[in-house]
Write a protein that binds this ligand. Structure first.
Ligand code: ATP
Ligand code: MG
Length: 458
């Protein structure tokens, strides 16, 4: 019953007294005043009546055979159905101890016999008013809590929406970043490709022409062993003996250099994989290698002259059906983080303290089953503290200084591995010893669903 219903409702009273005269007197008096009154003559009956139809107030005699008023009150308070009903004790006794006991067992008021009509009414009305007000307060509280819960839910929904928005924004920024990196890489690769092919193509005729020319000079020196003074002078000026020896070597090293540039161009093209935005079976090691090549300059610390060692433990892997460009982004993000971690001040300091500590990135690939491969990228840097580990996949979470990290790399990698490929991306780290990022993906994209079911989050 709410407080409004309570106000319009006729109060329901239960009177408990073992003296029939008293009972009759009280009942009549209260009924005349418009209350609904039920009267019972002992404790047992009182409990039964209160439980079957809880009254708004109980007037309870203290001195009764079998169960006295205090006991009845204790039973009422112990039962959740009746514990909230106010009890006014009735007794002829007028001793301090009894009053104290009456309040101690849960009574709210105390009327001594013989009754004065006005006093009884005033006390009953008083308790009913208190009860009404309490009910009102309770209702208001409940309404307040309800609206608070609604507000909380609303703010949670807002928070969720904000998070989704941030995720979307993060993905946009990162894919923009990666696609512009991909574009630059692809553009550079394309631009270098033509001149380098031209150089490579011309190197072999250059070698032949040089050999021809040298042979011709050789013939001249054999047929004309006594050159004129001018020729002799020129031979000495250009240090012909050295030139003849060095020129073929120069051409050979230019050829090696040109081949190397050719490989780099191939790696750049592999990395950008702009031609492979669609699902394709690729050699994952090729992707790792081209990423390493792109990051090669970062493995060396120019100032400190220290080099990060890269250890590769590749297993024979079948071709993996995946979005190659996206997979390369993941390798790039995880390896960049490992390099950042190893180059952070702390790890270099560690190296200085401990000469046996060589900053190392270990890349390990494993065939996990007929359907799944694992790529494990480990660094022996400062590692990640437990409380940070829980947050590294959140978009925009970074511990790096402003301008050094946006906190996007891992959240995007997570979306690519888990969302796009139905795989798993996990981090295992022991602070001060390093971190391992485990990337596990299905070999066939058609098994993506199967592995997705297996995920259960991080
Ligand atoms: N190998 C690692 N060792 C130590 N901490 C790491 C490692 N990898 C990631 N972290 C921690 O995880 C955080 C989040 O990494 P994430 O790649 O998402 O963002 P970021 O590197 O800070 O910025 P961004 O990748 O956008 O440039 C990093 O700031 C760093 O604290
Ligand atoms: Mg990063």
């Amino acid at each position: 019953m709410n407080s409004q219903q309570l106000e319009s409702h006729v109060a329901n009273l239960l009177v408990v007294d073992d003296t029939p005269d008293n009972l009759r007197l009280l009942s009549t008096m209260l009924s005349d005043k418009g209350y609904k009154v039920r009267g019972v003559i002992n404790g047992e009956m009182a409990l039964k009546a209160a439980r079957s139809t809880p009254p708004d107030l109980i007037l309870l005699d203290i001195t009764m055979p079998q169960m006295n008023g205090y006991e009845v009150c204790q039973h009422l308070k112990a039962d959740s159905r009746t514990s909230g009903i106010p009890v006014i004790f009735l007794s002829a006794l007028d001793q301090v101890l009894d009053k104290v006991t009456a309040f101690a067992v849960g009574g709210v008021d105390y009327i001594t016999k013989p009754f004065h009509l006005e006093e009884v009414l005033a006390r009953v009305e008083n308790q009913l008013t208190i009860q009404r007000l309490q009910k009102k307060l309770y209702d208001q509280n409940a309404r307040l809590q309800e609206s608070e819960a609604k507000e909380r839910k609303k703010s949670q929904q807002l928070e969720l929406a904000l998070q989704q928005l941030q995720n979307a924004q993060a993905q946009l920024i990162q894919s923009e970043k990666m696609s512009s990196l991909g574009n630059v890489v692809a553009g550079v690769a394309h631009e270098i490709n033509n001149p380098i092919s031209f150089i490579k193509g011309n190197l072999s005729p250059v070698r032949e022409y040089t050999e021809d020319l040298l042979r011709l000079v050789q013939l001249y020196t054999e047929d004309f062993p006594n050159p004129t003074a001018a020729i002799q002078e020129q031979l000495e000026a250009i240090d012909f003996a050295f030139l003849r020896n060095d020129l073929p070597k120069l051409i050979a090293s230019m050829s090696i250099g040109a081949d190397r540039i050719g490989e780099i161009v191939q790696s750049l093209r592999n990395f950008s994989r702009l031609d492979q935005a669609e699902l394709k079976a690729v050699d994952i090691h090729e992707g790792i290698e081209s990423t390493l090549m792109i990051l090669h300059h970062r493995l060396k610390d120019e100032v400190e002259q220290r080099i990060i060692k890269v250890v590769k433990e590749y297993e024979d892997l079948p071709k993996i059906e995946c979005y190659a460009g996206q997979m390369n982004q993941v390798f790039m993000n995880v390896m960049s983080n490992a390099i950042d971690a190893l180059q952070s001040q702390k790890s270099w300091e560690k190296e200085a303290d401990d000469s046996s500590h060589i900053p190392t990135i270990t890349i390990c690939t494993r065939l996990l089953s007929d359907f799944q491969v694992g790529i494990y990228i480990t660094d022996n840097g400062p590692g990640i503290k437990e409380e940070i580990q829980q947050r590294i996949f959140e978009p925009f979470f970074t511990t790096k200084q402003v301008g050094q990290g946006k906190g996007l790399g891992l959240s995007i990698s997570y979306a690519i591995i888990v969302g796009e490929h139905g795989g798993q991306l996990r981090c295992v780290s022991i602070p001060d010893q390093g971190a391992t990022f485990a990337i596990e993906i299905p070999i066939y994209h058609s098994t993506k669903r199967f592995f997705e079911g297996d995920l259960g989050g991080l």
